[in-house]
Design a protein around this ligand. Structure first.
Ligand code: NAG
Ligand code: NAG
Ligand code: NAG
Length: 467
């Protein structure tokens, strides 16, 4: 049966946990409310935790537990103090996990509270995190006109290294869904109920490190868009007073594949009946205000099926991108420099751009964000709201560069989602007015060379004539 594909769950069952790292038992979770939002192609979780210090001294560290297979698929994670909205410092404990058969079973995010909590006192935390790759098409192959189902592979009981007195789990953002039986056995002890279009589970007095699984099937007739690679170039020109954005996308769709392959007839017959589909038929990209010179090309050339409405660019791929299919394309636009640039001192500039602009509801495996600064610019600092994985510096030659070329800085990011588009990246650089004129000077140099050559040619001509 299909459930065999859940084997990575099954090894968790009935095993004895050989704990290699467990946080000290200094808290009790009075109440833990977990909301799983399945609206998008990735999972967004919202946790509200009321915790009480059971230690005999003040404590300001809380270890939030996650199954390792979830921990390693985290895209973003934030924690705030519910009372004052203060964002809390986090540490990802990659190398401290609870092991079983030498495999990590539970990992922890260490949350630093903004102030120590006295013994017997409580605190309320709000967490939000995004997890990638926890859903797969179910079944894996369907007909073009079929509605797509997804299988969510998550955990059910509240997982914590502390005792949890009371907890809820609420699954939202789905038209309908159903828990699958594991090994033919339904979990009769904890059954979900449907309340206000959500599936709700309730738990009481859950022991520490209770590992449980929740295979959950729901209908989601939308694509699972993944940008495997995005190269986002930001070209800065002081001379032209512009910032040019150029983005190359390698897009794929992780939705269910078509059983019978693709036939245009089917598409034609279904066009009028399909409101939403698991193919990527259109994308909506939010550009920067007052973007000019917008273009959209692919391997074949200019794609005419795009529309700009306000700051939104609506793109239609050359063909509908079905499950397992790929599509490469490039978009670009230009803004005025002053929208993003501020002058810090006479020679220092600060340029701030969004981390990404791309389509809504997509996951990014790899993003390279490259700033191309004017020739002669010197990078002072780079600040990114969302942490990058690596940074590299270099030079890029372009037309009229006679020296080393544009100063280039590339930031490499992994595991992003469209949810992070509000994040900013700032580059601080030094650029003096002498360097500013280096481009025009270069053009002047070219002109001088041309003139001299022309003069020499005419000299030759004269001398020839004179012969
Ligand atoms: C590309 O297509 C758009 C939309 O039809 C059109 O406005 C634009 O002029 C085209 N560009 C080129 C270079 O052909
Ligand atoms: C997309 O580009 C990559 C190389 O950059 C190429 O290998 C791949 O075949 C392209 N895919 C499509 C569908 O054009
Ligand atoms: C060179 O001389 C020929 C014939 O006298 C003339 O037609 C041509 O324009 C001259 N070329 C240049 C570069 O002045």
């Amino acid at each position: 049966m299909k459930l065999l594909s859940l084997s990575f769950f099954l090894f968790l069952l009935g095993s004895i946990v050989a704990q290699s790292f467990t946080p000290e038992n200094t808290w009790v979770n009075l109440q833990s409310d977990r909301v799983l939002d399945l609206t998008k192609s990735y999972i967004q979780e919202y946790i509200t935790l009321t915790i009480k210090n059971t230690d005999d001294k003040p404590n300001n560290e809380y270890f939030y537990a996650l199954p390792s297979y979830v921990y390693y698929q985290l895209s973003s994670f934030t924690a705030t103090n519910s009372k004052n909205g203060q964002e809390l410092k986090l540490a990802y404990l990659d190398d401290k996990s609870t092991l079983i058969n030498d495999q990590p079973l539970v990992n922890y995010v260490k949350i630093q509270l903004d102030k120590p909590i006295a013994p017997k006192q409580s605190a309320k935390l709000r967490l939000k995190y995004t997890v990638l790759d926890l859903v797969e098409p179910f079944p894996a192959k369907i007909q073009l006109q079929d509605e797509q189902g997804l299988l969510l592979k998550t955990f059910k009981l509240p997982l914590s290294s502390y005792i949890t007195e009371s907890a809820t789990l609420k699954i939202t953002g789905i038209p309908n869904g159903q828990e699958l039986a594991v090994n033919g056995q339904a979990d009769v002890e904890h059954q979900g109920t449907v309340e206000n279009r959500a599936v709700v589970y309730r738990f009481k007095d859950v022991e520490p490190l209770m590992i449980s699984i929740l295979p959950f099937v729901y209908s989601h007739n939308a694509p699972l868009g993944v940008v495997t690679d995005l190269n986002r170039g930001v070209w800065v020109s002081h001379w032209g007073n512009t910032v040019q954005f150029e983005e190359f996308y390698k897009l794929t769709n992780n939705a269910a594949e078509l059983i019978d392959g693709f036939a245009r007839v089917d598409l034609f017959l279904n066009r009028n009946t399909m409101r939403s589909t698991h193919a990527i038929a259109a994308m909506e990209v939010t550009l920067e205000e007052d973007a000019q010179d917008i273009y959209y090309t692919d391997l074949v050339g200019n794609v005419s099926t795009s529309r700009v409405v306000g700051e939104k660019l609506y793109l239609k791929p050359r063909y509908p991108v079905y499950g397992g299919w790929n599509y490469n394309f490039t978009i670009g636009w230009t803004n005025t420099l002053s929208q993003f640039l501020s002058k810090v001192s006479s020679e220092d500039y600060s340029l701030t751009v969004p981390l990404i602009n791309g389509p809504s509801d997509v996951v990014y495996d790899n993003v390279d964000l490259t700033f191309y600064l004017p020739e002669g610019a010197e990078v002072v600092d780079v600040r990114s709201d969302f942490p990058y994985v690596s940074k590299s510096d270099g030079y890029e030659l372009s037309f009229f560069d006679l020296g080393k070329g544009h100063t280039a800085v590339t930031l490499h990011y992994e595991a992003l989602t469209d949810e992070l588009s509000h994040n900013k990246v700032t580059i601080l650089y030094r650029y003096n007015s002498l360097a500013m004129y280096s481009l025009p000077l270069n053009i002047a140099k070219f002109a001088a060379i041309l003139l001299v050559s022309y003069f020499l040619l005419s000299k030759v001509n004269i001398s020839l004539r004179a012969k």
